[in-house]
Ligand binder design. Structure first.
Ligand code: FES
Length: 278
């Protein structure tokens, strides 16, 4: 009787859809570095944003109208006077409730369901898979077809809300160019805080407009681009931004932390705003 040697790369009987490679990976490079760096970066942002969102103070500089993006828009009667650019139609909040209660869930949902961040945290935290050509530890794979991951499909709805919130952040940034004069009137002014707010808003728009859902909304489902020249042009621009979506995702993590941190330091009196034009 003759026996046939099993090809080590061929699918096995137990796992017909997969190559039968017993080693976890054949890679020899430092494939674990990217997921590790991603895990540290994302964890830093989540911890910082959570602490600051519940902090409840040092988020607004009345003199220069600097408002932290973690507190915008501020609709509660508990908001510091002047920080509510769109009114206070919500009652006073208990101290443990974030003042940006209406916007934070949408911003969180927008980032959590982002196509890039999904890749990032699936690899960094769930090791599913940890890297290309590295086997995941899970026995089976159901993708995003079941609860809770099926909720990732709601990304485009979070995009609509994030777009609206980016408009609000832009308004906050513009308002901050008017500072208070000694006699109580308003006057034009520029400080380092304005520069930081401006950079943050530019970053937020680049991140928001480079979103994969934005690309689909602007140019998806068109059979003939030639019949929709305006949408085609917008789609072309969004597509160009989309190639750098990962970069914008990380830049905005940095600018959000920097903006809030700077405003916190100025609002708490720890540092003074560096004035460029008074
Ligand atoms: Fe990243 Fe939409 S925000 S894909």
């Amino acid at each position: 009787m003759t026996t046939t040697a099993h090809d080590p790369g061929a699918p096995s009987a137990e796992n017909p859809g997969r190559a039968d490679i017993r080693a976890r990976t054949l890679r020899r490079d430092r494939w674990w570095l990217a997921p590790l760096v991603n895990a540290l970066g994302l964890a830093t942002f989540v911890v910082y944003a959570t602490i600051r969102s519940f902090w409840g103070s040092a988020y607004y500089v009345p003199e220069y109208h600097y408002l932290s993006p973690f507190y915008s828009p501020c609709f509660s009667a508990s908001c510091v006077p002047g920080s509510s650019h769109f009114g206070t139609f919500l009652p006073e909040f208990p101290a443990w409730l974030p003042l940006a209660l209406l916007s934070l869930p949408f911003l969180l949902g927008f980032r959590v369901t982002c196509y890039y961040y999904r890749k990032s945290y699936y690899r960094a935290f769930w090791a599913s898979p940890p890297a290309c050509a590295v086997a995941e530890p899970h026995g089976k794979y159901t993708g995003e077809t079941r609860f809770p991951l099926i909720l990732q499909n709601a990304h485009r709805y979070f995009f609509y809300m994030a777009f609206l919130i980016s408009l609000i952040n832009t308004y906050d940034m513009v308002v901050a160019f008017q500072s208070d004069a000694p006699d109580g009137s308003g006057r034009f002014g520029i400080g380092l805080g304005n520069v930081i707010l401006l950079v943050n808003v530019i970053g937020l728009w680049l991140y928001t407009l480079s979103c994969h859902s934005c690309r689909h909304i602007t140019g998806g489902r068109l059979k003939h681009f030639s019949k929709h020249p305006v949408r085609y042009r917008i789609w072309t621009g969004v597509s160009a931004l989309n190639t750098r979506h990962m970069l914008f995702a990380w830049i905005t993590i940095g600018t959000l932390i920097l903006t809030d941190l700077y405003i916190m330091l100025v609002a708490s009196g720890t540092i003074s705003d560096l004035r460029i034009v008074n």
